[in-house]
Write a protein that binds this ligand. Sequence first.
Ligand code: KIV
Length: 283
Amino acid sequence: MTDRKKVILPTLFKKVTDGEPITWLTCYDYPTAYLQEQAGIDMILVGDSLGMTMLGYDSTLPVTMEDMMRHTQAVRRGAPTAFLVGDMPYMSYQPSTETAVRNAGRFMAECGCDAIKLEGGVAMADRIKGIVDAGIPAIGHLGLTPQSVSALGGFRVQGKSAALAKKIVDDAKALEKAGAFAILLELVPDRLCKLITERAENCIIMSLGSGPDAHGQLLIYHDMFGLYPKFTPKMAKVFGNGGEVILNGLKQYAAEVTNKTFPQPENWFGMKDDEYDDLLKML
Ligand code: KIV
């Protein structure tokens, strides 16, 4: 493990004050969390995108609290000092503020989260307020909000017209007023992200595909390493082709087993002659 001190809210706000961008990635499992911890990533989001990246659904809607909690607990074991954010799945907060507070509390108490994230603006501000009033740090998510992908007309840039951009500005203000300490802007135009960042008073603005002028950046881990087979969105930079490396390894394994070059003596364990002879006598 690293000797990094636990990343806490003041650590994140200090980075903002110092003008140092915050790093944030999605993560869904123990070994990847371990690597992200080693790399010194500030924040980790166990996103409900795990429905697509890990479970193979076509959307995030089938993901349950139980799915989220199992993965979030594993990530916390791998990344003990990262600022860990649990993503509230579909219908874990929409029905009522009470439902929202109860499920947010489960992320904190049962998964070791430092904060939760939920999607929506003005309409979800009372959920954010309820969660924050319960002592739980909350992050809002605006722009392309995958749980509403059907209502938004697909995975596309949001807030391109002045009127729609104004709605996102108003949503951001409502979330900040409700007590969100951070807001994620996903797939909105760069100038809109910059404007919201400049106007934020005590709120960290994070960008996912929304340009460089936020307080930090989020990427989906699977998009960074070519690990999602269905598509790689334009906003993602591929930092290494992990999918190709793994595929080549798998093909080599299949070939070596088939042609009997794997395993080799260093891959197995022997037994002393006298023990083996005794075994034969016992049979
Ligand atoms: O679930 C997730 O990974 C997310 C990102 C798309 C921001 O919410």
